[in-house]
Ligand binder design. Structure first.
Ligand code: SF4
Ligand code: SF4
Length: 282
């Protein structure tokens, strides 16, 4: 029986909820530490340490460094642990000023100068991307079934069909318009980037009519080439399938919502981007 722990750094707990929805592991794995789920106060020796959230406070830094010493294998779970995720937005000066404006916040853990992915602090053995990763992906991580294979792209898992003659002239925007069933969202004017996003989520969003924002990160074809190549490929696909001006696509790709995910496999804060190895990514 594998002993595992879940260390939650600064984050939203969405990854934890997804793990708890994958309840089949309960009989075959021993969860020894997870705040609000187990009664343990500290992390004992474990086979597997799942880390969610990003390193944003001095307390995160302390807890992470301490926990990895007791783990045989460390997994960065979800966009925040992999790239900082949505917490990167908190690095903006106006957000920091707002935060520190309240005297009641003076005694909270000290914010670091910027939010950091966990592999800038400790070595990571595996990455489990997703925002959050689906329960099925957690199961694949815990059980490592030999026949489990990730689809190359979200498109491969999406039932929507692409149409050559349906060429929108502009983007519609995420929450606008009426989504037609069965037809590719790009043909309908939505910025769907499932074409080059790694599969494995079973196209959860696009099947329900929501464009893919790339929360699983770049597919293996781009993962080690950095986000610029991924970005350029998305542009190329849109110019092939639509009449939407390139500047419109570029502006949308640079929106906070999408740029969080487009950059998640390369350390965009450093001068020399450091792509993660695809062999380590589930
Ligand atoms: S809707 Fe998105 S994921 Fe589905 S086929 Fe079109 S581009 Fe691919
Ligand atoms: S469809 Fe895209 S955004 Fe939705 S879960 Fe899959 S990878 Fe993430």
């Amino acid at each position: 029986m594998q002993r595992f722990a879940v260390l939650q750094l600064t984050g939203c707990a969405g990854c934890e909820v997804s793990l708890l929805n994958a309840e089949e592991w309960v009989d075959q794995h021993e969860l020894v530490y997870m705040p609000l789920v187990t009664s343990a106060y500290s992390i004992p020796e474990v086979d597997l340490l799942l880390v969610t959230g990003s390193v944003q406070t001095d307390e995160d830094l302390y807890k992470l460094r301490r926990a990895v010493r007791r783990a045989k294998k460390v997994v960065a779970v979800g966009t925040c642990a992999i790239s900082g995720g949505v917490l990167n937005l908190g690095d903006r000066d106006e957000i920091r000023e707002l935060f520190f404006a309240e005297e009641s916040r003076y005694h909270l853990p000290k914010l670091l100068p910027r939010c950091r992915p966990i592999d800038t602090v400790v070595s990571v053995d595996q990455y489990l991307p997703g925002c959050p990763p689906t329960p099925e992906l957690f199961m694949a991580l815990l059980f490592d079934p030999p026949d489990f294979k990730i689809a190359q792209t979200v498109c491969e898992e999406c039932d929507r069909k692409k149409h050559k003659k349906m060429r929108p002239a502009h983007l519609i925007g995420f929450q606008h318009g009426t989504v037609l069933p069965d037809i590719c969202l790009i043909n309908q004017g939505y910025l769907c980037i499932g074409v080059s996003t790694r599969g494995g989520c079973r196209a959860l969003c696009t099947r329900a009519g929501q464009p893919c924002v790339g929360c699983r990160g770049a597919s293996n074809a781009f993962i080690e080439k950095g986000s610029k190549k991924w970005f350029a490929t998305i542009q190329r696909i849109f110019s092939k399938m639509t009449d939407i001006p390139a500047h419109e696509i570029e502006a949308a790709l640079r929106s906070p919502q999408l740029s969080l995910f487009l950059s998640q496999f390369s350390d965009y804060a450093s001068k020399e981007p450091q792509p993660r190895l695809k062999a380590k990514v589930l």
